[in-house]
Ligand binder design. Structure first.
Ligand SMILES: [Zn+2]
Length: 462
């Protein structure tokens, strides 16, 4: 039995990205979907509730559609799909979904939608929906109810594609890289289930006239582009994103520099959250580069939390780590992490070590707090809940992390060059002999940080 599952990104982390940037008036706030939409859903699909043994416990009737449960959420998502305009979108963003139309794509492949019970083992960690073998049956897991109509809709299109196979592979890049599940497709071009889900988001993005919905589709598409394909689509180029001493932010691929912005406020540091570069200002503001140069200030828990740091800590800030459910801030003397249900920070102090940055800066879903120090070694810290009983002398050295003690941060370029920022702020390049020398093109310019990054003009132009 072959099961093709869809694993969601960890919703708590993901929702931070989605919910902090846009206020969107969505159909899901309505009491129930319109009557015509209920009729449409029942004309095209049979809806069944499954029991804990995987047997059909009941078949739903139309008058149960507004009972606020998973059935209503699913009908809401089908309604969402039905209302996506069948407008022609740019040729290079067209997929099977846009060619067949999102509604036809779904109804052609799926006849039955089964709601799995809370005890279903197929709905274990992270699974939103799945298809077994190549049956025209969509299995929806209970946790799908937490998603927005657009997200459920994208999963429905995704699962419909699994009726033709298209199994997933492990992620070799992105934030799900070290996550133990098959949560990626090799390429976007092969038009597997993630390609179809993304194609659906493109159709929404290009066809909707509602600006809020448009931006929500764009943000979701950016996350899919960054994290769901082992070969990055849309002409992504490998390089580094850097901040210079004058608070300019740029992308560099080893040959060409693309300047994103020069900030008026002083930048403390740059770090990644969900693969998106976040810029932390000394004055407590935070902005991010979501493949647009609009530079909206972020709002929400992260900002509230960052504001709670002292001014001195923000001035000295070296790095920020988004570690599952918590945020950790690194300064030369300590790591401070948010604690659940508390306004205070959990704190780990450094006395002998000179910390420089966190390893694994939010580009992958591996947990753990690892700090690189000035001695060129990386130190694994305990969980923040155990900071109180931990000592610097007890830290274990993490040998997995690849580090260069000559630079405080570095990135590999698409042409193979490795550039890094020296402790004094100069841009250095690693030579074949392993020696680090000053780059010709940046000369005496000073930099705060460079981080490995992939960038695409096409995605920015979206
Ligand atoms: Zn899938």
């Amino acid at each position: 039995m072959k099961i093709s599952k869809s694993i969601t990104l960890f919703s708590k982390v993901l929702l931070l990205v989605v919910s902090t940037s846009f206020t969107v008036a969505m159909a899901e706030d309505q009491a129930c979907v319109p009557e015509g939409s209920v009729k449409f859903a029942f004309q095209n699909f049979e809806f069944q509730q499954m029991d804990e043994y995987g047997h059909v416990a009941k078949t739903y009737k139309e008058d149960e559609a507004c009972d606020k449960g998973i059935l209503q959420a699913t009908i809401g998502a089908i309604d969402y799909i039905r209302k996506v305009p069948n407008k022609k979108i740019p040729a290079n963003f067209q997929t099977l979904v846009s060619k067949e139309g999102p509604t036809n794509f779904l109804t052609k492949r799926i006849q039955t939608i089964q709601f799995e019970s809370e005890d279903s083992t197929d709905c274990s960690e992270g699974t939103i929906a799945f298809v077994v073998a190549e049956e025209p049956i969509m299995h929806v897991c209970p946790r799908a109810i937490k998603l927005k109509a657009m997200e459920i809709a994208a999963f429905l299109e995704h699962e419909a594609r699994h009726t033709e196979g298209h199994p997933h592979v492990s992620c070799s890049q992105g934030i799900l890289k070290d996550f133990d599940a098959l949560a990626c497709d090799n390429t976007y071009k092969e038009q597997g289930s993630y390609g179809i889900g993304l194609g659906f988001l493109f159709q929404v993005y290009f066809s909707t006239t509602n600006e809020g919905v448009k931006q929500q589709a764009r943000a979701a598409a950016v996350q899919d582009v960054l994290n769901r394909f082992n070969q990055l689509p849309l002409g992504m180029v490998k390089g580094g994103v850097f901040v210079d001493e004058e608070d300019s932010v740029s992308f560099y691929d080893g040959k060409e520099e693309t300047q994103f912005a020069t900030m008026a406020d002083e930048i403390a540091t740059i770090s990644f959250i969900n693969n998106i570069p976040y810029i932390f200002f000394k004055n407590g503001n935070i902005t991010s580069y979501d493949f647009t140069r609009n530079w909206n200030f972020r709002e929400g828990p992260l900002v509230d939390n960052y504001m709670a740091l002292s001014q001195q800590d923000r001035n000295d800030l070296l790095d920020v780590l988004s570690n599952k459910d918590e945020y950790c801030y690194l300064t030369p003397k300590r790591v401070q992490c948010t604690q659940e249900d508390s306004d205070d920070f959990a704190e780990f102090a450094f006395y002998d070590l000179r910390p420089q940055r966190f390893v694994n800066v939010n580009q992958s879903y591996t947990g753990g707090i690892v700090v690189i120090a000035g001695d060129g070694k990386s130190y694994k810290l305990p969980k923040s809940t155990q900071f109180g009983s931990a000592k610097e002398s007890d830290l274990t050295i993490d040998t997995k992390s690849h580090i260069y003690p000559e630079v405080t941060s570095y990135a590999e370029m698409s042409n193979g060059r490795i550039l890094g920022v020296s402790p004094k702020g100069l841009m250095l390049e690693k030579t074949k002999s392993g020696k680090w020398v000053r780059t010709k093109e940046f000369g005496d310019y000073k930099f705060k940080k460079i981080l490995p990054y992939k960038w695409s003009k096409r995605l920015e132009d979206l």
